[in-house]
Write a protein that binds this ligand. Structure first.
Ligand code: ATP
Length: 332
């Protein structure tokens, strides 16, 4: 069946909206950007702090390694489509040096603290607040027919001082078309949904909700990561050891999916572990019954049963966030 929300977001629009292969890239000059220092690197890029010397605006300069034109077209078209959306990183400019042919994307800069440091400082309310902010960003991109497909702590930039959050790295994002089969080699291992691990290629936006569940578990249980597989096959094992075999079997049956030989051999009759068992002295101030209820609704094997952003923001777990926002914006 189709996703409950935004199933036709793309196909209701002209083909040029989602067919990025005909999208023409127009590069500006690189001259007035100055690189300040390296702040990160990914598979596909090196990332620098920088400044636009025309207006002295700080920015982040992502210098792209040689990648397929189509991948570049997809990322840039998506970033332009999402420009200005709630909690979506802004692509300011795209630049190319005509001599070296180096290409770079220029982004708004977030004064981010590494999640390994930041998550340790979080209070219960901070987790509710930031997960809520990610949900707003996800609802926005899903409403435009786009799935992020790489949600994880590294791709959620947080400026805790300003309580500002941005979803970055749209390099694996893709347009959702009903009935289309997608590549399952997306997302980072620990955040991969079961659909990716059992080759269920008809997945949709709800993939992002599994990854968000893993991210939330990471914050709340102070367990980094929640499911730590040594490879993709082992990743499913790590999930089933905690989420149980019954849910997996029901999911496989519903969609007539088969498991590979490795899983036939290594999956055992594990019972679902109750989330309460992950409560420790170190994290008990972060865990509530509403939090566990919400987590459970994200970490459903069956991609159709997962809670979606629009439903999630109504969950009682986020009631204090809505209250807080009313107070600071509500003029009361
Ligand atoms: P990956 O291999 O994870 O897909 P990538 O090559 O697509 O990476 P990004 O994930 O976009 O690159 O960026 C790499 C790193 O640079 C991020 O994890 C982050 O630490 C930093 N970074 C990227 N964009 C920003 C930004 N706008 N503000 C602050 N830091 C950023």
């Amino acid at each position: 069946a189709l996703p409950r929300y935004y199933a036709n977001a793309c196909v209701d629009k002209p083909e040029s909206y989602y067919d990025y292969t005909n999208f023409e890239l127009s590069w500006g000059p690189m001259d007035y950007y100055e690189v300040v220092q390296k702040i990160g690197r990914g598979k596909y890029s090196e990332v620098f702090d920088g400044v636009n010397t025309l207006n002295n605006q700080k920015c982040v300069i992502k210098i792209l390694k040689p990648i397929k034109l189509e991948k570049m077209q997809r990322e840039i078209k998506i970033l332009q489509t999402l420009y200005g959306g709630k909690n979506i990183i802004k692509l300011y400019d795209m630049a190319q040096d005509d001599v070296s042919e180096v290409t770079a994307l220029v982004f708004e800069r977030v004064n981010h603290t590494d999640h390994k440091v930041l998550y340790k400082q979080f209070k219960d309310f901070d987790i509710r607040y930031y997960i809520y902010e990610v949900l707003l960003g996800l609802d926005y991109c899903h409403s435009l027919g786009i799935m992020h497909r790489d949600i994880k702590p590294h791709n959620i930039m947080i400026d805790h001082e300003q309580r500002q959050l941005r979803i970055i790295d749209w390099g694996l994002a893709e347009y959702y078309i009903p009935g289309k089969e997608y590549n399952v080699r997306v997302a980072s291992r620990y955040y991969k949904g079961p659909e990716l691990l059992v080759d269920d290629r008809l997945y949709n936006y709800s993939l992002d909700m599994w990854s968000l569940g893993c991210t939330m578990a990471n914050m709340m249980f102070q367990r980094d990561p929640m499911f730590k597989g040594v490879d993709n096959d082992d990743q499913l094992i790590k999930i089933v050891e905690i989420c149980g075999i019954d849910g997996l079997m029901d999911y496989l049956k519903t969609y007539k999916l088969e498991i590979n030989r490795y899983h036939q051999k290594h999956l055992k009759n594990w019972e679902k572990v109750s989330w309460e068992e992950f409560i420790t002295k170190k994290n008990k101030h972060l865990v509530t019954k509403e939090a566990l209820d919400f987590l459970e609704k994200c970490l459903q094997y069956d991609r159709e049963k997962r809670i979606m952003p629009q439903e999630a923001i109504e969950h009682e777990y986020f009631a204090p966030v809505i209250e807080y926002k009313k107070k600071i914006h509500g003029g009361g």
